[in-house]
Design a protein around this ligand. Sequence first.
Ligand SMILES: [Zn+2]
Length: 268
Amino acid sequence: MRIISLLFILFIFQSSISQALELDGKLTQGGLIIGSTNKNDSVFFEGRKLRVSPKSGKFVFGIGRDHADRAILKIVSSNGLKKIIVLKISSRNWDVENVDGLDPIKVDPPPALTKRIRREWALLNSIRDRDTPVLNLPAGFILPADGRLSGFYGNQRILNGVPRRPHLGVDIAAPIGTPVYSSADGEVVLTEEDLFYTGKTIVINHGHGLTSIYSHLDKINVKVGEQVKQGSVIGKIGNTGRSSGPHLDWRVNWFNVRVDPMLTLKTK
Ligand SMILES: [Zn+2]
């Protein structure tokens, strides 16, 4: 991830807060930012209080696909000094992506399935909403499989010819059985054999609200509660759930904000 030279020149005359503040990541729609500050500071992004690591002063926030062009970061030091920093968020253009050949039931599910879909949605939301203290992201994520990148974050989706919500993952097309790796260290917090949309699904928690999700798998090789390392095999690529061919859908979330997985990759 890239180091951003913050607006801290503006604030440097004021206190030690700004001198300690660093933001690593891209201030753009879909961006994931790993910041650090004095470990006793309180940090708020768009009004949300962030967990600040008591050891390293690190904190995390994500920027949604449709975020406005400004965001407010507030730092409050232990002596009560406040800093408001206006971050400029660059906007992006999104392509249109056609996906054909999907089972019509997966595009327009009948009312009989509404309850199941809502239940699964609530389950995933609750998993994504956890805030745990250990941040397992020293240097960024890695791509979780070898294959052809066949779908990108943010793209407008046309499913079986009908415009739908944007795609919020990265698709990696590869034959069934291709190994899937954990994109960072973390704890397995969900394994599901048959979710309506995502089929066989794994969620890994990386701390501070960061999770990664691996969908449409053919096989799951891990159990809930297991600690995994970046690069360890967690499953196999499949074609389960709403999928028109063997591929992995990989997502990265900051709580319920989906960020662009490609912007989380380590650059060295
Ligand atoms: Zn996808």
